[in-house]
Design a protein around this ligand. Structure first.
Ligand code: PLP
Length: 399
């Protein structure tokens, strides 16, 4: 076979995907697996969004879209930024992309030269370092320990910035820990960032509507002084249970947005008109379901945290938001499972739990902090209750 590109070596398959495939394979053999791997809402997309997609398709909204997004969706995003975030952006400071992930790619592609550094607080969403590496940048991880609520400390940020730093990526509430940064946290980080005008700040607000304790805070609104360096990113995937529609957006300085639109033009030409019509309807339509889903996630968070903390060897921090918990499994390592497997790492824990109790979750190494596992609780209460009972049984069986 002719050779593939070297950059593939910097893009190993994501652990979340690998565990999901393992779980599916077991299920296909008839094993009753409960999968808590994927960060995907179990709710339906809003009926108004689905109706808008039908209408778009039937009314001929089926031609190439503008590369930066349809005027209708961009206007809806503009209203949303004002309504939800107190941010006032012009239409040419906003662009639509293929999910939040597409935004991240456009932003890094448009700014990162070979060897430029991207500061990524750990634990992190695995896409940040992988994408940075694929594009030729160097991910620089900064540890955010559990004893600081998994939040980035200003001193640690200051120590990580070099002349080659291009971006700081902030993600609040966080995947995988659920940690949320307060306005005071952001001000403390901003006090460091004002001294480093060569650093862009990406605020990944994908879980902005899932804050259960306190309120969501975002850098461009909290510290307007930094606004000309901040790219605010969000999308409909998590807020409206619309992962499959692939609609995300970014708001930021005009020149950066123009460069990102250029990159998107190279890769994707634009974003599905049908998806954009649906997203506009979700943003402009009734918002009650957002709060209803949020209340369900909050209840599930408490259910899962309380149950996990009864499993011997597990210690689970109660996070402020998103739909993940990130329990520490240090107390289970060095011990032997009921089936005779010695657990050395969080990956051993995850694999043995899947094999012996048929619960799939993702080990912490892939999120940059061990020994932890990530549990997505975006699934129904009955499955969560059963999964936690199986995890308890697994831990009780350790010798
Ligand atoms: N940002 C974070 C932190 C995420 O966890 C995800 C998805 O898991 C995304 C962005 C991307 O979301 P999407 O591309 O579905 O809009």
């Amino acid at each position: 076979m002719p050779a593939l590109a070297d950059r593939l070596g910097r893009a190993p398959p994501a652990a979340t995907v690998a565990m999901t495939i393992k779980a599916r394979a077991l299920r296909a053999q008839g094993v009753p697996v409960i999968s808590l791997t994927v960060g995907e809402p179990d709710f339906d997309s809003p009926p108004g969004a689905i109706a808008a997609a039908h209408h778009a398709a039937l009314s001929g909204d089926t031609k190439y879209p503008p590369q930066d997004g349809t005027p209708a969706l961009k206007s809806a995003i503009q209203r949303k930024l004002l309504r939800d975030n107190g941010l006032d952006y012009a239409l040419d400071e906003i662009m639509v992309s293929n999910g939040g992930k597409g935004t991240l790619f456009n932003a890094l592609m448009a700014t990162v030269n070979d060897g430029d550094e991207v500061i990524i607080p750990a634990p992190y969403w695995g896409a940040y370092p992988l994408m940075t590496g694929v594009i030729g940048g160097t991910p620089v991880m900064v540890n955010c320990p559990q004893n600081n609520g998994f939040r980035l400390r200003a001193d640690d940020l200051a120590a990580a910035i070099t002349p080659r730093t291009k971006w700081l990526i902030l993600n609040s509430p966080n995947n995988p820990t659920g940690a949320a940064l307060s306005a005071d946290d952001l001000r403390a980080l901003a006090a460091v960032l004002v001294d480093h005008p060569h650093v862009w700040i990406l605020s990944d607000d994908m879980y902005e509507h899932l804050v259960f304790d306190g309120v969501h805070a975002t850098m461009a609104a909290v510290v307007p002084q930094l606004r000309d360096r901040v790219l605010t990113v969000s999308g409909v995937s998590k807020t409206y249970a619309m992962t499959g529609w692939r609609i995300g957006w970014a708001a930021g300085p005009r020149a950066l947005i123009a460069a990102m639109v250029n990159m998107q033009g190279q890769v994707a030409a634009g974003v599905s008109t049908i998806g954009q019509a649906a997203a506009a309807a979700a943003l402009d339509g009734p918002q009650e379901a957002v709060a209803t889903m949020g209340a369900a996630y909050r209840r599930r968070r408490d259910l899962v945290v309380d149950a996990l903390n009864q499993a011997p060897g597990i210690q689970c921090h109660r996070p402020e938001g998103a739909f993940y918990v990130y329990p520490n499994v240090a107390g289970c390592l060095g011990r032997t499972t009921a089936a005779g497997t010695v657990l050395h790492t969080d990956e051993d824990f995850a694999l043995a739990l899947l094999a012996e109790q048929h619960v799939a979750l993702v080990h912490g190494r892939s999120f940059g902090m061990s020994p932890y596992v990530r549990i997505s609780y975006a699934t129904d209460d009955a499955s969560l209750t059963e999964a936690c009972a199986r995890i308890q049984a697994f831990c009780q069986g350790l010798r």
